[in-house]
Design a protein around this ligand. Structure first.
Ligand code: NAD
Length: 505
């Protein structure tokens, strides 16, 4: 059965596309599984985008069996690093070739703007290339100083079968922060994309087959947390779970995986502060604040969703942020000029609005926005650029992950005060500091509890640099060499040379 089985969309306001049929990929074959399906509509346009096979426990189990069998047979793990790298590079080229198709489906399912989606797919290809370099340079250690009759070798081996569970906000990019590293290590995988955005992961499956990946090495099962995600995190044939998503689901997964003591690596939520000292370069900082909160409509783990501003510059910062917010092009995500698209679904829009209404009721001030907006008669959910001040740190809008284009403004006077505001949070994903004084930046970077600290910049990222959180933002790291290490097990080999060991008896 083919993955390409398309029907023309019918409906008012429909982008002139075809419904994308998304099937499971199990043991190298596309399958309808148990035959159940569900639909995904464009959150911006309201039109149907994809018809998706809805996996059940048997489908998940079949996929795990295929991954286990492929791993045990060594069809991938026995290949040389050079052979694995060659395939990863081929996939990167195929991603580049298919970039417009992948980006368009990403837009239609997630609501993100097309210019951003194109950039993300280009960035994803780059990550595949970086992972290829790791596949070739992967090595362990040797210990040649244990005495003349002893050699110690530390081998790095693939951990085995990995369940990969991804969210809806960066579907292709996050899959590309996991799968190529697992493959570089020699693992086999079962992937479950978000039920809201599965299409581009299926395209990745097509590209892996086209590149020549052996059957069963990467399997994809579509569907929901219950039952597919649950099976992927509890089945004893799975060795590791690599999860990106909410902290609440991350905790459920940790518990579920604990029964079989699987390794769990998790990339979870954040409430990331940008701190502005009085000597900050405001021209750069204001732009980074606006980018930090409205990028991906604020539906971003790394969203700079709270700014903590030195009291001396508060009025100027608020007025400049409000003024720049008015210039951000919110609109139809298929318009190349749009920088902020639709909210993922109506229920999430209501959740965002709930945080704002609750803050207003508690005495907060709306500096701009604070309500859903209409875009060109599109039926989808859009939320206006919003800045909220007059907050106390304990308010939910200031301490929880709103996951929308809503900026919380807090103030401080001293370094000690701002460090306690930054660190007095359950999350610890990222933090930023703006100051022209290197000593201020360095002290902040050392004292902030976060997996990433940006100084005089925000949300830069490179395949070479590890990414992940502390505290309730997750465990483990993606990207960089650490991103590969997550998928490796360590084995110690101790070799006696010659018959020099004195007998015990
Ligand atoms: P989510 O936790 O609701 O879902 C994530 C994935 O988990 C989906 O595929 C979902 O089907 C699956 N799932 C749900 N319940 C499950 C269960 N019981 N067992 C196994 N799998 C289950 O998250 P979301 O709404 O898709 O994504 C938004 C969240 O992801 C935000 O909290 C955001 O901060 C976080 N996120 C974190 C990072 C990071 O790198 N730290 C990156 C992107 C998103």
């Amino acid at each position: 059965m083919s993955q390409h089985d398309l029907t023309l969309i019918v409906g008012k306001n429909a982008p002139r596309d075809e419904i994308n049929r998304v099937r499971h990929l199990i043991d190298g074959a596309w399958t309808d599984g148990n035959g159940e399906v569900f639909e995904r509509h464009s959150p911006a346009h309201g039109t149907p985008v994809s018809l998706i096979s809805k996996g059940n426990a048997n489908d998940a189990s079949d996929a795990i069996a295929a991954a286990r069998c492929a791993f045990e047979r060594g069809v991938w793990s026995d290949l040389s690093g050079k052979e694995r790298a060659t395939l990863l590079l081929k996939v990167a080229d195929l991603i580049d070739e298919n970039r417009p198709r992948i980006a368009r489906l990403e837009v239609l399912e997630s609501g993100k703007p097309i210019s951003q989606a194109l950039g993300e797919i280009e960035g994803a290809a780059d990550i595949w290339r970086y992972a290829a370099s790791l596949a070739r340079t992967l090595h362990g250690d040797s210990h040649n100083s244990l005495g003349r009759d002893m050699l110690g070798i530390v081998l790095k081996e693939p951990i085995g079968v990995v369940s990969i569970i991804t969210p809806w906000n960066f579907p292709f990019l996050i899959a590309s922060q996991k799968i190529p590293f697992a493959l570089a290590a020699g693992c086999t995988c079962v992937v479950k994309p978000s039920e809201l955005t599965p299409s581009t992961t299926a395209i990745l499956g097509e590209l892996l087959i086209e590149a020549g990946l052996p059957a069963g090495v990467v399997n994809i099962v579509n569907g929901f947390g219950d039952p597919v995600g649950s099976v992927l995190t509890t089945d004893p044939r799975v060795d590791m779970v690599s999860f990106t998503g909410s902290t609440a689901v991350g905790k459920t997964i940790e518990k579920a995986a604990g029964d079989t003591l699987k390794k769990v690596s998790s990339e979870l939520g954040g409430k990331n502060p940008q701190v502005l000292f009085a000597d900050a370069d405001l021209d750069s900082a204001i732009d980074a604040i606006v980018f930090g909160i409205y990028f991906n409509a604020g539906e971003c783990c790394n969203s700079g969703s709270r700014i903590i501003v030195h009291e001396d510059i508060l009025d100027e910062v608020i007025s400049r942020v409000v003024s720049l917010s008015q210039k951000v092009p919110f609109g139809d995500p298929l318009d190349p000029e749009t920088k902020v698209g639709a909210i993922i679904h109506d229920g999430h829009q209501q959740k965002i609005n709930g945080y704002v209404r609750e803050a207003v009721a508690a005495g907060a001030k709306i500096e701009i926005g604070g309500a859903p907006i209409q875009i060109d008669g599109l039926p989808g959910a859009f939320y206006g650029p919003t800045v909220v001040s007059g907050l106390t740190p304990d308010m939910p809008i200031a301490s929880e992950e709103v996951f929308g284009p809503v900026l919380s403004v807090l103030t401080f006077r001293t370094m000690d005060e701002v460090i306690s505001l930054v660190n007095d949070a359950s999350y610890g994903l990222s933090a930023g500091v703006w100051s022209e004084n290197i000593h201020t930046c360095l002290e902040f970077a050392r004292r902030a509890q976060a997996g990433t600290v940006w100084t005089n910049t925000w949300m830069d990222g490179f395949p070479e640099l590890p990414f992940g959180g502390v505290k309730e933002s997750g465990q483990g790291r993606e990207l960089g060499r650490y991103g590969l290490e997550e998928f490796l097990e360590v084995k110690t080999v101790q070799m006696r040379i010659g018959r020099t060991r004195a007998n015990w008896i």
